[in-house]
Design a binder for this molecule. Sequence first.
Ligand SMILES: [Zn+2]
Length: 134
Amino acid sequence: MKNSLTLLKGLKLSTLVLFMGLTAACQETENNTANATEEVAATEEVAAADTVARRPPPEWHNIPPHMVGTRVYVCDDASSDIFHVKYDCSVLQNCKSTKRNTTIVRAVEDHGRYNCETCSAEFASIFDDESVRH
Ligand SMILES: [Zn+2]
């Protein structure tokens, strides 16, 4: 498979070389050039970006009075859209930017954050209008 591909490239290259008016005597050099080109292409594929899309801010929330004073942490970077109640949360520890300590109200209203599923799963109810229907 790889050999036939190289051969194909070699053939293309020699056609080009012939077209340019050079002799076919340098067959060995052509094959080496084709191999080198392939290696460069393989290296370039490694750089795959893992950009996580930030969700839009919560449209609805209901923070019960006993939760209003809760201190939370937010990672102040471009992709984070969650807050954490635990500073040692494994997700927060991966934060490469500034970690801010704020209240849950500011985290939701000013920063548009949702609860972290890892350390703040119990706070999911503040975004769930089904849970507070009378
Ligand atoms: Zn967390």
